[in-house]
Design a protein around this ligand. Sequence first.
Ligand SMILES: [Zn+2]
Length: 159
Amino acid sequence: MKNYYFSILFLFSCFFTFSQENEKQPVFPVVKTDKEWKEQLNGMEYYVLRRSGTEYAFSSALNNEKRKGIYQCAGCDAPLFRSENKYDSGSGWPSFDQPLTEKAIFYAVDYEIGVARTEERCANCGSHLGHVFEDGPRETTGLRHCINGVALKFVPDEN
Ligand SMILES: [Zn+2]
């Protein structure tokens, strides 16, 4: 009987170790080494995308981008957001009420400023994009996807 309990305990600890590791290191379709990312990205892009940094508010030209088009991941070109879902939040970062598809985004929780925030990452390459907050436009989703402009590449629609 004692053995039985031990094996249950053992299975349980395996499961926990497994799920914790899974949470820390999800596997994304695009995998690159740190060296490869450094070669591909400029300093600010690397800091934001690969080190979960934040660009200065109002520093991105994409804040004022009003053209129709698609916003891709600056790390892997995956399509993430559309101009129709962009709005002026006044926060100083490009803001969207929803992503192109929910599958395009990987959500995780971070505690970098001491409180839980929902972090957004590109579901294709795992690069950090920004955070999602619940103070978005009430007439649509109520969500504000607050995205670093440097994490995005804007591709205007062809007319
Ligand atoms: Zn990406």
